[in-house]
Design a protein around this ligand. Structure first.
Ligand code: FES
Length: 157
C-alpha cells in the first residue's frame, strides 16, 4: 500500500482495529507510519486519545525507536546496513561515504527533500554484504560507486 495523506478518520480506524490487543502501541504506530509515512503531532495526539495514554508517553516511544519518523521522509529512502556481517565486509567505509556524499547523517533527509538516509542492523542479506535497501529494494555488494549510482538512478525516476 502506498503512503497516503494524513486522515484522522483512517488513522482512527487503524487504531481501533488494534483495540483490545495487549501492547497495541507499537503495532499501531507501525501501522500508522506505514499508511502515512511518518508520525506527526496529529498522530501522537490521536493515538494518545484512542489508547488512553499521555501524549508524552506516545511521543517518548516514537522518539525512542529509530524506526519511527516524526517528519515525512525524502522521495527516496536508502538504508545502509550497519550489522556485523556488513561491517566485516566494509560497510563502515560505505557508511562514511553515504553520509559524506549526501551531506546528512543517519535519520536525516537532504534539504531538498530528495533522499532520507536510514540505518538498519541486518537486512537479512549478509551473504551479499555490504547491503543497502533503497525504496524497499534490497541491493548487495554495495560500494561507494554503486551507492552513488543507486541514488542518482532513484533521482532520475
Ligand atoms: S548484517 Fe547486513 S545484511 Fe545482515
Amino acid at each position: 500500500m502506498s503512503v497516503q495523506e494524513w486522515s484522522a478518520d483512517a488513522a482512527t480506524e487503524i487504531v481501533r482495529a488494534h483495540s483490545g490487543v495487549r501492547g497495541a502501541l507499537l503495532p499501531v504506530l507501525h501501522a500508522l507510519q506505514e499508511r502515512f509515512g511518518h508520525l506527526g503531532p496529529e498522530a501522537t495526539r490521536l493515538v494518545a486519545k484512542e489508547l488512553n495514554l499521555s501524549r508524552a508517553d506516545v511521543h517518548g516511544v516514537v522518539t525512542f525507536y529509530s524506526d519511527f519518523r516524526t517528519a515525512p521522509p525524502g522521495r527516496t529512502v536508502i538504508a545502509v546496513c550497519r550489522g556485523e556481517a556488513c561491517q566485516s565486509c566494509g560497510s563502515r567505509e560505505l557508511e562514511r561515504h553515504a553520509q559524506h556524499s549526501l551531506g546528512i547523517g543517519f535519520g536525516e533527509t537532504t534539504a531538498d527533500g530528495s533522499v532520507t538516509l536510514d540505518q538498519v542492523f541486518c537486512l537479512g542479506n549478509c551473504a551479499l554484504s555490504p547491503a543497502v535497501q533503497i525504496d524497499g529494494r534490497l541491493v548487495g555488494r554495495v560500494d561507494a560507486d554503486l551507492f552513488d549510482r543507486l541514488v542518482s538512478d532513484a533521482a532520475a525516476r
